[in-house]
Design a protein. Structure first.
Length: 124
């Protein structure tokens, strides 16, 4: 495992940042997609409760222009970090999740590959 900025990198697959504003929807939460690979992604949401680790959930990805979306992507939470609010007076809890995709169908795999090729800005 490589060390990046003093942290041990546990990812097996290279992640990419995005050129466009892309969002993730999980249950009733919407937040920005931060980076993505063919096997997982990270996003952040304002959430008081946590998504259960080990539980298989599904998410949707969509662009701000609504020209692109992928629906019902199965995933499991790989990591969760509470992000410190910018203001000490903030009552909103922001969480950053790293997730690993579950079993994807052929259409989802194809859509993800296309999406990564056409929206990536650089390595995460």
């Amino acid at each position: 495992m490589a060390s990046i900025h003093g942290k041990v990198e546990r990812r097996e697959h290279q992640r990419f940042r995005l050129k466009k504003n892309i969002f993730v929807v999980v249950t009733d939460k919407v937040g920005p997609l931060l980076d993505i690979s063919s096997h997982g992604l990270s996003f952040s949401v304002d959430a008081d409760e946590q998504f259960a680790s080990g539980e298989t959930l599904s998410l949707d990805i969509f662009g701000e222009d609504s020209a692109f979306s992928i629906k019902n992507i199965p995933f499991q939470v790989a990591s969760e970090v509470v992000v410190t609010p910018k203001s000490p007076f903030s009552l909103v809890i922001r969480r950053r999740y790293g997730v690993q995709f579950g079993e994807l169908n052929d259409l989802q795999k194809s859509q993800l590959e296309y999406f990564i090729q056409h929206t990536r800005a650089g390595n995460a």
